[in-house]
Ligand binder design. Structure first.
Ligand code: MLT
Length: 309
């Protein structure tokens, strides 16, 4: 991979619009977070940031494409715990490696996981849900965003805790999966909070529990999995910006500073918090901190997940 960008070019960066690949469908958590943050980053950088949704294979199609993009700062990707960690053990022939093929740019948001169901799904609380899933494992179906996506991996964790094997129904993102849940075409889903808050508040789906130690301020009435009697199920994902390996350090620094500025902006913070995201503090915002997070997450998920059959 050649680095065509000279230091002078890096200094003037950016002189044209930037493409931000989102590896899932529009309207899902990754897309929503990317749009909120890059909207502000574009003002700081003085160039537009164009979101390109590239779907398929749990986000790995787009991530492989981003890994091969020219490393000049004009193609970036918003990846997450799935594309940049859990996909490694799930896809033995993965066409990229999160650490070897990417420069970490900035962590954007932590996203707690919730157990959600269609509005008229019979179980009325987490305890009933657990009993129901155990008794009807082969009959129920769980929507997800493809093998290796956060929703897939989170429900795999839940399945292993409950020792059940429900039918998985893949979508190109949990934006469309959420539409199917609202429409009653699927039974339940393990999704990132960003996607769920508007629907829970509108009463179009039901939330059993949030898989974090504390309740979330955006959903004060949703009990934690511990409160609901399922303490083993703990899950929080994250979304972050990455650039192809070899993108010049001054460009990474500019992008990181623009992302950090966005995360300090009151309007951006309000929108992220309303959707239940956890905004990273200063220590977690550096490229180095994101690199360390990815490294740790690859190790963690590699110990938990087996290749998809
Ligand atoms: C999305 O944006 O659709 C999600 O991040 C998909 C997922 O990983 O569950």
């Amino acid at each position: 991979v050649g680095v065509a960008t000279t230091p002078a070019k890096a200094q003037n960066y950016p002189t044209r619009s930037i493409t931000m690949i989102v590896p899932f469908a529009a309207g899902g958590p990754t897309d929503v977070i990317a749009r909120i943050v890059t909207g502000h980053m574009a003002q700081t950088l003085g160039q537009s940031i164009i979101i390109e949704n590239v779907v398929g294979a749990g986000g790995t199609t787009a991530t492989a494409r981003a890994a091969r993009a020219t490393n000049d700062g004009y193609t970036l990707i918003t990846g997450h715990m799935g594309t940049h960690a859990a996909a490694v053990p799930l896809y033995p022939k993965l066409a990229y490696h999160p650490e070897k093929d990417f420069e970490p740019v900035a962590l954007l948001a932590g996203t707690p996981i919730l157990i959600l169901a269609r509005k008229d799904f019979a179980p009325k609380d987490t305890k009933e849900f657990v009993d129901y899933i155990k008794a009807n494992s082969e009959k129920v179906n769980a929507a997800h965003a493809g093998v290796g996506s956060v929703s897939h991996v989170s429900c795999e964790l839940l399945n292993s805790i409950l020792d059940v094997k429900p039918v998985g129904v893949p979508f190109n993102g949990t934006g469309p999966a959420m539409n199917a849940l609202v429409g009653g075409q699927v039974d339940y889903m393990c999704d990132q909070i960003v996607n769920a808050v508007p629907q829970i508040n509108a009463g179009t789906i039901k939330a059993y529990a949030i898989a974090t130690p504390e309740r979330n301020p955006a959903l004060p009435n949703v009990p934690t999995t511990t409160e609901a009697g399922l303490p083993k199920f703990q899950a929080q994902a994250w979304n972050a910006i990455f650039a192809p390996k070899g993108t010049p350090a001054p460009i990474i620094a500019k992008l990181n500073a623009a992302a950090a500025k966005a995360l300090d902006d009151e309007g951006v913070r309000k929108r992220l918090l309303e959707l239940g995201s956890v905004i990273p503090g200063a220590a977690d915002r550096t490229p180095e901190a994101l690199g360390a997070l990815v490294k740790g997450e690859v190790v963690k998920w590699s110990a938990v997940l087996k290749p998809a059959s």
